[in-house]
Design a protein around this ligand. Structure first.
Ligand code: GLC
Length: 509
């Protein structure tokens, strides 16, 4: 069987404005990403996912798109994008771009026309409102000067499209082709379960992300992805789509992954699981038994970084667990999504001053929620302030970096054997060697209390989530461990990869 590239790919998420700034204005850009391609190649990932870099007034960090076919001057030009794709391919890295179909920016020409009374049916305008709330806080409706209201499930600057209007379908098919023609290898689909709202827009009791509700997951959405799949399949080179799909069951998630729909969807259940072998095992079982092509993710630009999630009380524990969780994740069948900076062990920055915050979640919740800026602080490349090598020429980065970033910088960790960066490099290199020669299935091994052992052919992964050291399963060789083993035992908050004694590596059918 031909294995598609994305099945086992390790994809690295680049939150463009926080990755690397080449222009010197304190904001990351496409040229900055391009300069760092050798770093990414050296890290050992297979693909990059770029968060939105399209023209945008930045009401939600670029997830408010004013022109789907152009690059915002903040991030560069279309020429910079083309050069980045060409260079990435030279480095053997695939490029996935974000597509935002649920809503546009309020600055989008269609919405501007709608405000003037032209083509309102491309959005959701009503004379009266229902009880829906914005995901970021406050009502999901904003009144326009002529008295009608428009729906925005996110910020007021992000009006929701009306997907019951065929013009919206045609527009997005064309946008997909625009970027496919420029060589992108795939799309990450923002709020992929949004798009359709129930006819009549009934009031709801609970508006959290649900598999199917009047707000999310209306069944018509599947036809959109069937159309998109046909477009992707018509291009050479295995172009793919990964959906940001929030559901409350793995079965509902699997509906998006039927053979004529999306290739992949994020598996948020893994990211939401607490530090517990039972919780991990349940998510893994649910996933591999329901989803044809699994994905795994620990952090992204919307959630608290996993180092901090796993160790709020003790940052050391958080880092040890984060490293162990990486080994577990990379040993699972499927593809893994990394978030920039996790390879440095960056924590969530929890003490950003209010004046620095930019996330609409902070403002719409009237400061009750800190928002997502803490995981978006620019990457420290070098030890020295003011920007730790993020920006050239002494510019201050768009979000302040804490002093602790100096110690976590790439410069500080490069070549240091037990650094998190070098650990990620070893893990990714080892996985690359193994991944195509081991079965795409997983077998549970008998595990001591607090630990979880599983095997994929000759590869055994053991993770200890408990409080006491545990004996390792029978093995021939230790391939890699997230922290030193102690007298042959696996310490708490540690994971290890072993080569089993009995089985020789077997090629997959
Ligand atoms: C997705 C994005 C998030 C954004 C939201 C609205 O959840 O990941 O960053 O705020 O959609 O576009």
């Amino acid at each position: 069987m031909d294995i598609p590239w994305w099945r086992d790919a390790v994809v690295y998420e680049i939150y463009v404005r926080s990755f690397a700034d080449a222009s010197g204005d304190g904001v990351g850009d496409l040229a900055g990403v391009r300069e760092r391609l050798p770093y990414l190649r050296g890290l050992g990932v297979d693909a990059i996912w770029l968060t939105p870099f399209y023209r945008s007034p930045m009401a939600d960090g670029g997830y408010d798109v004013a022109d789907y076919r152009d690059v915002d001057p903040l991030f560069g030009t279309l020429g910079d994008f083309e050069a980045l794709v060409a260079d990435a391919h030279e480095h053997d890295l695939r490029v996935i771009v974000d597509i935002v179909p649920n809503h546009s920016s309020s600055e989008h020409p269609w919405f501007q026309a709608a405000l003037r009374g032209e083509g309102r049916d491309r959005y959701i305008f009503r004379d009266t409102v229902n009880n829906w709330q914005s995901t970021f806080g406050g009502p999901a409706w904003t009144r326009t000067p002529d008295g009608q209201y428009y729906l925005h499930l996110f910020a007021p600057g992000q009006p929701d499209f009306n997907w019951r209007n065929p013009e919206v379908h045609a527009e997005f098919l064309d946008v997909l082709r625009f970027w496919l023609d420029r060589g992108v290898d795939g799309f990450r689909i923002d709020v992929a379960m949004g798009l359709y709202k129930a006819e009549g827009l009934p009031d709801v009791g609970d508006q959290s992300f649900k598999s199917v509700s009047p707000v999310w997951g209306q069944p018509e959405v599947h036809n959109v992805y069937r159309d998109w799949r046909r477009v992707l399949d018509a291009y050479p080179g295995e172009r793919m789509a990964v959906g940001e799909v929030w559901t409350d069951s793995p079965e509902d998630l699997a509906l998006y992954l039927r053979p004529d729909e999306l290739h992949q969807s994020f598996n948020f259940a893994w990211l939401q699981a607490p530090w517990s072998p039972t919780a991990f095992k349940k998510v893994i079982d649910d996933t591999v038994s329901t989803v044809p092509f699994a994905t795994w993710v620990l952090s992204n630009h919307d959630v608290v970084r996993h180092r901090t999630r796993y160790g709020t009380a003790d940052p050391g524990t958080g880092l040890a667990r984060a490293r162990a969780a990486l080994l577990a994740m990379l040993a699972l069948p499927g593809s893994a999504y990394l978030y920039q900076g996790e390879e440095l062990g960056l924590p969530e920055v929890t003490d950003l001053p209010d004046e620095a915050r930019q996330d609409p979640v902070f403002f719409q919740s009237k400061g009750k929620l800190p928002g997502r800026d803490g995981c978006r602080v620019p990457i420290p490349w070098t030890v020295d302030p003011p920007s730790h090598g993020f920006s050239p020429g002494g510019a201050e980065p768009w979000l302040p970096q804490p002093e602790s970033f100096a110690e976590l910088s790439v410069e500080k960790q490069e070549g240091v054997a037990d650094s998190t960066l070098e650990f990620y490099r070893r893990a990714l290199a080892c996985r690359r060697e193994l991944v195509r020669s081991i079965p795409y299935t997983l077998e549970w091994l008998k595990s001591p209390e607090g630990a979880l052992f599983f095997a994929r052919g000759p590869l055994i992964c053991a993770i200890n989530c408990g409080t006491r050291p545990v004996r390792l399963p029978k093995h021939e060789e230790v391939l890699l461990s997230s922290a030193p083993l102690r007298r042959g035992l696996l310490p708490p908050d540690t994971a290890v990869w072993l080569r089993s004694a009995s089985t020789a590596p077997s090629a997959e059918e």
